[in-house]
Design a protein around this ligand. Sequence first.
Ligand code: F0G
Length: 462
Amino acid sequence: MTVRRSWAEPWKIKMIEPIRMTAPEHRQEAIREAGYNTFLLQSDDVYIDLLTDSGTSAMSENQWAGIMLGDEAYAGSRSYRHLCEAIEEIYGYPETVPTHQGRGAEHILSQILIRPGDVIPGNMYFTTTRFHQEYAGGKFVDVIIDEAHDPASTHPFKGNVDLAKLAAVVEEHGAERIPYICPETNVNLAGGQPMSMENLRQVWEFCRPLGILVMLDATRALENAWFIKQRETGYQDRSVREILKEICSYSDGATVSSKKDNLVNIGGFLALRDPELARRARALLVAFEGLQTYGGMSGRDMEALARGIREMVETDDHVRARVGQVEYLGRLISEAGVPIVVPVGGHGVFLDARAILAHLPQDHFPAQALAAALYVDSGVRGMERGIVSAGRNKETGDHNRPRLELVRLTIPRRVYTQSHMDVTAESVAAVYAEREQVRGLRFTYEPPDLRFFQARFEPIEA
Ligand code: F0G
């Protein structure tokens, strides 16, 4: 007989933050006032907040202690030095450019490397990353493997770059029009899907001789490292700390939103190997963010961040519990018969709104409508990741129509318990049972860029 041996989170709770359950009528009114956009809800009206895993982590006692020790010197802050040391030790990059969050790093990277007309390949897109590439005059091209666009494909590394697609982009545009490729680890919009080490190495070996830089989006590289340990031959006995360092070894630099893996509420960085490139980045940093030794962060933010970076890889137990909780929620929802993106990703469970609300055409924004219905059912707040997030084609003005039409239930790190996951799964099952009641939406206000943040909608009458 095998004896069951469970694992549990490698921490206990020292401080709590009350949350409030509301009545369905209250939520109905709240979502109407928010224009059926979960981004526009007041957090006081939310019961379990799965909008994002960004900036929502619970910090450790060690990080909070670091807050008290932050050095707020305008120039030459000790906390900046601590941050540089942590980044070099854990990620392996010698040059650190600190920014207020990930998009600050994306802005600076895009401005120093992209000339109008350039092409930047990436594995699927991220909203702000693509915005900054286009804002700098570049054009983003998707080179992710086809399996990534299929929610039901169980490929273990759905974040992989398709090398044939990449070669075709080089063939079409010429390597001189491609300043860099931006491979994203644990691809967010694909459902938190990893790249394999083999694929990262192949991308690196393909790009180097062509003079194309590899600039990772390493925002969720830790979670990617965990999946490599679980799924890729040869890595079972390696620590995530070693695996993370190897991931970064196949790149010239990285942008990181520290609001995810790094366990802080604000912050980010651009990390580089080439000191000359770092010099150019710092020249812009002082104009757009702040002096080179704080960029967009206070000293205390940098101190908490330096500690968060070390803490995330101190043992494998943290990431095991983090991804394990996401997989737990995914299993419950799957067992209820609700279609989700498989395999379950690192940072959230992605509901397949296209399959769930099969009666709605994509132009009626099924994922947006599903997120609103889930909120009304239980006060659980998720986020649309489908046609609304994908925006419009800059040239034709038509909607971009991604194959993935998803609602993301994103799990903050070290914040919610297994019972919160149970409540969430039960609500998803309840909405699924009544799915035919959910009506489509139309815009009442559509912002020109990054429209999902501020767009407003109304239900389409039956
Ligand atoms: N790259 C990835 C892969 C991200 O997921 C994000 C943010 C960013 C860059 C931008 O970083 O927010 O610090 O400026 N993702 C958040 C999310 C907003 O909810 O997925 P930021």
